[in-house]
Design a protein around this ligand. Structure first.
Ligand code: UGA
Length: 451
């Protein structure tokens, strides 16, 4: 029988809420502190304030173990473990902005009791932040008995709960043995794979125990950046290979099939496309590059990864411009505005970047996304029409660019939809449509390295 712990989680974003639900499902008593009133009200009604599959169903399963409050004093004093999961957005100089982290620490410091507690940093923070936190907490709460631990998360939006309950590994950087032991207790049900989950997640339950790694706090902090940078590197590498495919007549699908059967390379994150977006890879690659530079090392490979990613979407647009003999006064459909499918997040959205570039090149844009109503979009200048209906979006367009591989685009009847367009030209920026179907629908099809 596992003994349950009292857990306080600060911040109910993707990371905080998914972690809270996973730990409540694991049998711990979790109190989440969320200070945005609107968000809090939604959470207190058992709903999720953003789109993320499975979370709402899971909250129903663990409602007895989970509660939400705006007040630190209702969660912090009784907690065995306090998990910091506030956001660390990009800072103007491309590092991570730690203001929310330090604000939360100032607020919670006054409620720390004098018994042993572990303060876990789950937010992605630059290497060395644990030392700054340690110094600050000694000043703010000299009588507290606090151990600081770094415990990065590796969950993906769109499958955040699944990644939180069935992670590939758990990484803990704790300076004190008792703190590591307590975190081992926290994660024991997850490591043993015995957490109750919504039915549709059952098929993903791993057949093996989940490993837990005990590392230094600095290593834990750096491991998070290294993991994201490595995945970003895989994507930029495949994008470069795809560009070589375009100039040589080889096919990126064949290359991917060959690479993914090599267990040394691994099967995932080999999809060439318009580049990576979202709130993590762009921010974390820049932050790591900067961090390395500050420590006296120029991380040249990572610089190239970032450069390739920045250029990839414009390289694609150049290709389309060539096919259309110019973009001026052409009507282009952008399909997909969230940074990837199964999320309504538009941070570092390639679709948004492409709209701005198309406008700059004199085109008119119609844009579609299946979650349009839930998206936070910038104010576009004149020349952009947002459509919640795909057929309306394609009406009179000279070409479409598929930016986000939502399932609705794969399942669409392109023979019918093509009739709405002025010219049947499809730029598949995620290599996701069937070549055969597009050929049968009479489209000029352009992919990324797909020949
Ligand atoms: C990423 C990491 O995958 C998580 O492990 C990490 O915890 C998270 O960042 C974070 O730091 O919080 P996320 O940004 O949610 O997760 O999304 P991913 O699924 O990794 O996709 C990121 C971008 O890469 C998307 O724009 C996606 O379209 C692109 N991508 C992904 C490709 O272009 N090709 C691929 O093969 C895979």
């Amino acid at each position: 029988m596992q003994s349950s712990l009292e857990v306080a989680i600060i911040g109910a974003g993707y990371v905080g809420l998914s972690t809270a639900v996973a730990l409540a499902l694991a049998g711990h008593r979790v109190r989440v502190v969320e200070q945005q009133t609107q968000k809090l009200e939604v959470l207190q009604q058992g709903q999720v304030p953003f789109f993320e599959p499975d979370l709402e169903a899971a909250i129903l399963l663990c409602a007895d173990n989970l509660c939400f409050t705006a007040q630190m004093q209702k969660a912090v004093p009784t907690a065995d473990i306090i998990i910091l999961a506030v956001s660390t957005p990009p800072s103007p100089a491309h590092g991570a902005d730690l203001r929310q982290v330090f604000a939360a620490l100032h607020q919670l410091a006054v409620f720390l009791p004098d018994r042993q507690q572990v303060l876990v940093v789950k937010s992605t923070v630059p290497v060395g932040t644990h030392l700054e936190i340690q110094t600050l907490m000694q000043q703010l709460a000299p009588d507290a008995n606090l151990a600081i631990a770094s415990n990065p998360e590796f969950l993906r939006q769109g499958r955040a709960l699944r990644d939180a309950v069935f992670p590939d590994r758990i990484v803990i950087g704790a300076s004190e043995t008792w703190a590591f032991a307590r975190l081992q207790q926290l994660y024991a049900p997850i490591m043993a794979g015995i957490v109750q989950v919504p039915e549709n997640l059952e098929i993903h339950r791993p057949k093996h125990a989940i490993p837990i790694l005990e590392v230094s706090a600095a290593s834990a902090e750096l491991a998070k950046y290294a993991a994201n940078a490595f995945l970003a590197m895989k994507i930029s590498f495949m994008n470069e290979i795809a560009n070589v495919c375009d100039s040589t007549g080889a096919d990126i699908g064949d290359i991917k099939s060959t690479l993914q059967l090599d267990t040394r390379i691994g099967a995932d994150f080999l999809n060439a496309g318009l580049g990576y977006g979202g709130s993590c890879f762009p921010k974390d690659t820049k932050a790591l590059s900067q961090l390395a530079l500050r420590s006296g090392y120029e991380f040249r490979l990572l610089k190239a990864v970032i450069e390739v990613n920045n250029e990839q979407k414009y390289r694609a647009l150049n290709k389309l411009e060539h096919v259309l003999h110019g973009l001026r006064d052409k009507q282009i459909a952008i399909l997909g505005l969230s940074f990837k499918p199964d999320t309504a997040d538009t941070r570092e959205s390639i679709g948004v970047d492409l709209i701005e570039e198309l406008l700059a090149r004199g085109a008119m844009v119609k844009a579609h996304d299946p979650m349009l109503a839930q998206l936070q979009l910038p104010e576009f200048s004149q020349g952009v029409t947002l459509c919640s209906d795909l057929a309306n979006c394609l009406e009179s367009c000279d070409a479409a660019i598929l930016v986000t591989e939502w399932r609705c685009y794969q399942e669409a009847n392109w023979a019918l939809l093509g009739q709405r367009m002025s010219q049947r030209i499809m730029f598949d920026g995620r290599n996701t449509l069937s070549l055969k179907a597009m050929q049968e629908a009479d489209f000029v099809y352009i992919g990324i390295g797909r020949n």
